[in-house]
Design a binder for this molecule. Structure first.
Ligand code: HAM
Length: 418
């Protein structure tokens, strides 16, 4: 038998109902904040991700599903959505009509990471991206939107970790200082960090390897290097968050795994998921639109890891097994013929119904009704047909009523319809 590919998974009912309700809540919540849905494709030119996420990031160096397309172009299954949303913003000149556009998108991402609990090779994200606004109040409102979304879902125990990564003005001095310090401790670093030392020294700051953590324990902090504008921006974000009653923790080690960030960077973490503790992450990327060939427009966004959110949510609110409102049990060919028509009409009228045409015994079908969690069964046999009434039985209370067959669809939709 052909099995699933490692790191990929099926999402089965009833768990799919949890996904649907989280996605519905996200749509409503984000649209209240002025976001509209955008649906970019899952396939893009590899160069889009190489240029935006950065050549020397784990994602681009080793995690992308890239293959040859036609005419020498390399194609990549998107490892994240931000680059695609930026490409669409530029390509369709969305900035020309209104630079301050806000988008959300929900869908699968692909990264060839080592699979483990909470880490998959196809995973889902809910992304939100805002263009054209450089105000720090936007940063605070975006974090507020994310946290109140979790609150709406009654997912608690989350901490906001906040940092500023500065800008092209002030970051180089910090990078220089950090590189010098790390160069003196190179022999203590893991092989990955040794490579990062050259190309991407900031990433050493959030390496999880104990020796590297020790090596950076007394590392300088980006916050001490922020220029006046970045410092002011960061202070205003914090004051606005405090004003909105959003707790946060300053985390000078938070550097994120993508190179496009400037200024505000944040992660929303939980202690309930083991090693994969980030439920959402994001930040400003004020240079990216211009870097990808668009006008100089600031931007900020975040992505929520939907798989992880579902795990947190389902641990508290397990998916209910939702059976039909009415399960038809026709006994005999004539009854099945009637049941086919009635059940179709009822479904069309908004009642959740299912009819069993298998011809199995009443006892077997009652067992199936139980298993699927049907609220009621409707029994129609030769006798009921002769008497022109069917028996509707409530599976919980066991109460039974006789339903006149000539009014069956109207009767049931009145009594059961939603
Ligand atoms: P990211 O931190 O790479 O950011 O991913 C965001 C979230 O996606 C993570 O916090 C995590 O919950 C989830 N996630 C990431 N990788 C996996 C995986 N292999 N399995 C399961 N869940 C995963 C970004 O992707 C940025 N594009 C976020 C952003 C949007 N920044 C600005 N705008």
């Amino acid at each position: 038998m052909i099995q699933l590919v490692r790191g990929f998974k099926d999402i089965l009912p009833p768990e799919t109902t949890v996904w649907q309700s989280i996605e519905d809540t996200a749509r409503r919540h984000f649209e209240n904040f002025g976001f509209r849905e955008i649906r970019p494709p899952v396939l893009e030119q590899a160069a889009l991700f190489q240029r935006s996420i950065g050549e020397h990031t784990d994602i681009v160096e080793k995690e992308m599903y890239t293959f040859a397309g036609s005419r020498d172009t390399l194609l990549t299954l998107r490892p994240e959505a931000t680059a695609s949303v930026v490409r669409a913003y530029i390509q369709h000149k969305i900035y020309a009509a209104d630079p301050a556009a806000r988008f959300y998108t929900i869908g699968p991402m692909f990264r060839k990471e080592r699979p483990q609990k909470g880490r998959y090779r196809q995973f889902y994200q809910i992304n939100a991206e805002v263009f054209g606004v450089d105000s720090p109040y936007m940063d605070a409102q975006l974090i507020y939107m994310c946290m109140t979304f979790f609150r709406r879902l009654s997912v608690s125990g989350l901490q906001v970790h906040l940092n500023s990564l500065g800008c092209p003005e002030c970051r180089p001095a910090f990078r220089q200082k950090l590189s010098e310090m790390l160069a003196g401790r190179a022999e203590n670093l893991c092989p990955d960090c040794l490579r990062r030392l050259e190309k991407n020294p900031l990433r050493v700051l959030d390496c999880k390897v104990p020796a590297c953590r020790e090596a950076v324990a007394d590392a300088p902090s980006m916050l001490d290097f922020l220029c006046d504008d970045c410092g002011q921006h960061f202070r205003t974000v914090q004051a606005a968050l405090a004003d909105m009653d959003i707790d946060f923790q300053i985390d000078p080690r938070l550097v994120r795994g993508l190179d496009y960030y400037t200024r505000t960077a944040f992660e929303i973490q939980t202690s309930e998921l083991g090693a994969q503790n980030a439920v959402a992450g994001g930040g400003r990327y004020d240079q990216l639109v211009e870097m990808l060939g668009g006008p100089a427009q600031p931007a900020i966004g975040f992505a929520i890891g939907l798989d992880r959110l579902v795990e947190l949510f389902a641990a508290k609110f397990p998916a209910p097994e939702t059976g039909p409102d009415v399960f038809f049990l026709p006994m005999g060919e004539a009854a099945r013929e009637r049941a086919a028509k009635w059940s179709s009409q009822l479904a069309d009228a908004g009642v959740r119904v299912e009819a069993d045409f298998s011809g199995r015994s009443l006892k077997a079908l009652m067992r199936r009704a139980d298993r699927m969690g049907a609220a009621r069964v409707l029994i129609v046999g030769d006798q009921e047909l002769a008497e022109n009434k069917a028996v509707l039985r409530d599976m919980k209370t066991r109460d039974q009523v006789a339903v006149p067959m000539d009014r069956l669809v109207a009767f049931i939709s009145e009594h059961v319809g939603r």
